[in-house]
Design a protein around this ligand. Sequence first.
Ligand SMILES: *Cc1c(COP(=O)(O)O)cnc(C)c1O
Length: 459
Amino acid sequence: MHDFYIGDEMKKQIENKALFDYAKKYAYDYMDGIFDRNVFPTQDDLRKLEYFCEPLPEISGNELDILKSLHEWGSPNTVAQTAGRYYGFVNGGSLPITLAVKWLADVWDQNSVLNITSPVLSKLEDICEKWLVRLFGLPEDTAAGLVCGSSNAAFCSLAAARNEILNRLGWSVRDKGLFAAPSIKVVLSEHAHATIFKALYLLGFGQENIVKVNADRQGRIIPDAIPTVDEKTILILQAGNVNSGAFDDFERIIKRQHSGWIHIDGAFGLWAAISQDKCHLTKGIERADSWSVDAHKTLNCPYDCGIVLCRSRDSLCSAMQASGSYIQYGTDRDEMLYTSDMSRRARAVELWAAIKYLGRKGIEELVDHLCDMAQYFAEKIEKQNFKVLNEVVFNQVLITCVNPEDNKRVLEKLQQSGDCWCGGTAWEGKPAIRVSICSWATTTKDIDKSVQAFCRAIE
Ligand SMILES: *Cc1c(COP(=O)(O)O)cnc(C)c1O
């Protein structure tokens, strides 16, 4: 028998809690500085990352030192995404309750794979499914699975779409594979998100199967330019353009009877359905066949939490089906039947807690708040030497200097300023600055401060 001295050490760590007390202390330190610190690491901070570059450790380290070095070198080299002045990508903040329940669930360390591996997660996921279907106003019995993000949600949806369409044509992908299968046409907007293309390529579609439809100046697919959705077509629409926040005109585009499959990428925008003020944007979404949406964006759950929603439970579950001699399916929800993963973490815990804490009313307030802040940002920045390029219908603001050539330089200065952080993009062929308001923590004060940073950057 080998000596397993580390095992005894680790038992002691669980018993005496010092390690966890320190983790809590460092976490509190981080929280305490979060609203005022630099949004992006300084050059001095970035140099600390070099401390991580050590040869492969040959022997066991000291647990308290490991934790401390992560806090000393790591914490300053995070971006302050959970505070109010991070506007990059569409990166959501996190609700305190979701962080707290995640801590507890981290201690549980459950595998959300089968009912039998964790009855509580199976139950919570089941409840989240019912609540989400109500919140978004989707057809009864729409199935939901929890994935790492919208990318994977789209992947699972489109796998279900592909298999279902081929099934209806008498072709079982499971039996016959894809290589000689009837061809399927995919129709999407020229503004479709990069992850949609990635999912399509992973699923065996290529450029020649994809028809790109023109979009209007806000980035909405042009309804009259869309070919008919026949029984061999997958149409992909968008609730929330990643640059402009624009929504496709679902009501006009989705006929009640279509023979193919319609998917909606609603990564951050699907949440508009919950706001009285914004639900006109998502009108008609319930006629689609599948939807992908993130909880880690607009809803402000911690990373990683995305949701695949599919009208036909059978289509999703049969596309995600797996079997093995040791897999023990039960009569209650077995989570692995809804996603492409097998083992996965306890995403349902945060999602359940976010919905239970906010309630429908609170989610509506959160969505409205993000939209109000985007509107406020747009109004303030236009009073300065900047122009807003999009109609601000949701939480996204596209900004340009009066002279678009200045955008690159201004963006660099902004990103280095530490006062706020925005990303760049191209809009109508010209460089632009993207502001995404995606954290509950953003206030008008944060925006005033950020607008000042824009003014300093252009000077
Ligand atoms: C963020 C985003 C995605 C990808 O979602 P992940 O959660 O990053 O996988 C897809 N589509 C749109 C419109 C997005 O904003």
